[in-house]
Structure formats: structure tokens, C-alpha cells
Ligand binder design. Structure first.
Ligand code: MF3
Ligand code: CO
Ligand code: CO
Length: 257
């Protein structure tokens, strides 16, 4: 069931999103060679709890972290660990929190220190995929318009689009309807209406899109061990431009064809 959020509910989700944005900004500053993702996770939990919010990933179906920390060929749902990051690694930080009963979900990918040009390009194109999808997040359009825009931009750049995981509705629950795939056909799927809140979250690999799940039962890894980047925001469909709840003040950006 897709719920339409009232202006008051969107207001609460805006506050949750603003906090999440702040947290992710702080966490990115910690990323450097030698730092562990367990440390970044610890800081994330403290920042979230000190702000009166709850890290919703922690304990979610047994997940151990307040962030998902996925390195290099790990796609998503990486466990925070005590292994130091190395120069040139690609780190995705995905964080979900609840403030005043409302969820927000956002992820960023960053290079650890100086990474090779191909890693930088992967990170950049994955973010571009998000903005391409966002442009389609307008009342009257359909979910497939978003999916197709993300897929086209990734594949035009020679990348793989992860199939197993999708964007999703979000509200009081972390995962609500509808599902927002990163691949699909324009003109298909649920029609968008003002007040729908969901994530767009491209997961893009340098090589093929197939994955397997690690022995820990959680972490998706590319089968060909190519690197993967993830970028995610929570947004609301309006009567005009979409509003990115997890990125206060973000303007709708456009990228050249
Ligand atoms: N933040 C993830 C998403 O984008 C879900 C986290 S799974 C958890 O949907 F187990 F870590 F909570
Ligand atoms: Co997420
Ligand atoms: Co999500």
C-alpha cells in the first residue's frame, strides 16, 4: 500500500532528513586511510542518539551497525569492521534514522584518500544516475520513468545496474511501497502523486551486475568483484520540483546528455 504523506508528516520527514544529511556530512569528514568502518559506525550512532533520534539499521532484522559500510566490490549491507580503510578504497556509507517516528534514508560513496580515475568516474556517474532519476520524480510520471532514466545513464557509461535491490517508499517504516527499481521501462509502473515519499538509490558496478551474498548472510558483493558505488536520497513528490528531504537546499541539478 502506498501512503500519501500530509504536509505535516512531510514536515517531520524534512527534519529527519536534515539531521541525516548533517550526520552523513560529519561521517564523510572521518574517511581517510587507516580509519576503520567500525569507528565511523560508532560516531554515527553517537551523532544520531545525541540528536534524539534512533539509528534504524541497528538491530534491523539483526543488522549489527548504525550504518552499512560497503567497500570496493561490496554493493550494499556491508558490516562495519575493525579493518583499516586503505588509500584508494571506495567506501559507501548508507544510513537510516528515525526522528519523532519518521524515517530518513541516504547513502554516499567516497574515495578513501586518492583513488584511481576509474573509481572517481564510477562515483560521479552513480550520483549523476540519481539526478537523472530525480528529474523524473514528478506528479503524473510513473516509477518506470525514474527506473529507465537511471538505467540509461549507467549503461551509456558502460556500467552495470544492480538488480536485486531497489529504492523504496519510506515513512514510519524504513521500507514501504512502492519499489523503485534502477532498471525498467519508461511509462510503466505506479503513477506518481504529490505526497509520495520514496528513495532513489542507484547501485552501479564497474563490471557486470550479478551479485552474491557474503557468508555473513547480509552483504551483497559483485560476482566479478568489480567495484560498486551507491548513492541514495529520500525525496517527496510535489506539484512542482521534487524535494530531496535528505539534502536540504539541494537544487534540482541537470547533467549534459
Ligand atoms: N539503508 C538501506 C536501504 O537503503 C537498508 C538498510 S538494511 C539494514 O534500504 F539492515 F542495514 F538496516
Ligand atoms: Co539506505
Ligand atoms: Co534505501
Amino acid at each position: 500500500m502506498i501512503t500519501i504523506k500530509s504536509a505535516e508528516e512531510v514536515g517531520k520527514m524534512r527534519k529527519a532528513g536534515a539531521l541525516l544529511h548533517q550526520v552523513l556530512e560529519e561521517l564523510q569528514k572521518l574517511v581517510e586511510p587507516g580509519v576503520t568502518t567500525a569507528y565511523i559506525d560508532q560516531i554515527a550512532e553517537k551523532l544520531i542518539r545525541d540528536a534524539g533520534a534512533i539509528p534504524s539499521s541497528k538491530g534491523y532484522e539483526g543488522f549489527p551497525g548504525s550504518i552499512c559500510a560497503s567497500v570496493n566490490d561490496e554493493v550494499v549491507h556491508g558490516f562495519p569492521r575493525n579493518k583499516p580503510l586503505r588509500e584508494g578504497d571506495l567506501l559507501s556509507i548508507d544510513c537510516t534514522l528515525i526522528l519523532d517516528g519518521w524515517q530518513s534514508d541516504s547513502a554516499v560513496s567516497v574515495a578513501v584518500g586518492k583513488a584511481d580515475a576509474e573509481t572517481e568516474r564510477l562515483i560521479r556517474v552513480t550520483e549523476e544516475c540519481f539526478w537523472k532519476g530525480l528529474e523524473k520524480a514528478r506528479a503524473g510520471n510513473r516509477i518506470g520513468d525514474i527506473s529507465a532514466a537511471v538505467q540509461q545513464h549507467a549503461e551509456k557509461n558502460g556500467y552495470g545496474v544492480i538488480r536485486e535491490l531497489c529504492g523504496h517508499g519510506i515513512g514510519r517504516e524504513m521500507h514501504e511501497d512502492p519499489s523503485v527499481p534502477n532498471f525498467g521501462t519508461a511509462g510503466r509502473g505506479v503513477r506518481l502523486r504529490p505526497g509520495m515519499v520514496f528513495t532513489i538509490e542507484p547501485m552501479i558496478s564497474q563490471g557486470r551486475y550479478q551479485t552474491y551474498i557474503d557468508d555473513n548472510g547480509w552483504t551483497f558483493i559483485t560476482r566479478d568483484h568489480s567495484r560498486c558505488s551507491h548513492y541514495e536520497h529520500t525525496l517527496v513528490v510535489t506539484t512542482g520540483d521534487p524535494e530531496i528531504l535528505s539534502y536540504p537546499g539541494a537544487a534540482l541539478r541537470r547533467f549534459p546528455e
